[in-house]
Design a protein around this ligand. Structure first.
Ligand SMILES: [Zn+2]
Length: 176
């Protein structure tokens, strides 16, 4: 069965099922918790976004090597050596791995746009529960490596994160 002509050859044909596609040379994958991923859908023009229902994630594809982990706070970045489960282009409704934005063209999102949207989001989302707090708190402290960090949290998680940062500071002191 032939694929829609303008789609990359790594997208499996209809009826083939899900294919485990190595990232190497094709794309890097930005894997996001569902709530964050869904918010990004409104901010980032996409040419194909995947969801894995079991893992509860959304997956953006970007050009290989175009982003570093630092550029995508809150996301996992899959690169050479990793692989992504890719369904046929017409899996869009109820399948456990499916497209939430139908694939078109090279299926790759603009990495700069994705990165800056993610940075903006991470400043407003609680690092623990990924909720958008009405009154976010920003907690500053030292991470385990001694670097200073600022974390956005909801009121519910403020104490937890404060305690975690204190502990990290303690660890840093002991190791120093
Ligand atoms: Zn929270």
């Amino acid at each position: 069965m032939s694929q829609t002509a303008d789609l990359p050859s790594w997208i499996p044909s209809a009826g083939y099922g899900v294919s485990r596609v190595p990232c190497a040379g094709r794309f890097a994958a930005v894997v996001l918790p569902r709530p964050v991923g869904e918010l990004l859908l409104k901010a980032v023009p996409a040419r194909g976004v995947l969801t894995d229902v079991a893992a509860d994630v959304l997956v953006w594809l970007v050009p290989p090597g175009s982003l570093t982990t630092d550029a995508v706070p809150g996301a996992s970045l899959l690169g050479p050596g990793d692989a992504v489960h890719v369904p046929p282009a017409d899996w869009r409704r109820w399948e456990p791995v499916r497209w939430v934005v139908p694939p078109r063209g090279d299926c790759l999102a603009e990495p700069g746009v994705l990165s800056s949207a993610l940075r903006r989001l991470s400043e407003r989302v609680c690092v623990c529960c990924w909720a958008f707090p009405e009154r976010p708190a920003v907690i500053t402290g030292a991470a385990a490596d001694g670097q200073s960090v600022s974390l956005t949290v909801c009121q519910l998680h403020a104490d937890e994160v404060t305690a975690a940062l204190k502990y990290a500071a303690e660890v840093a002191r002991v190791l120093a």
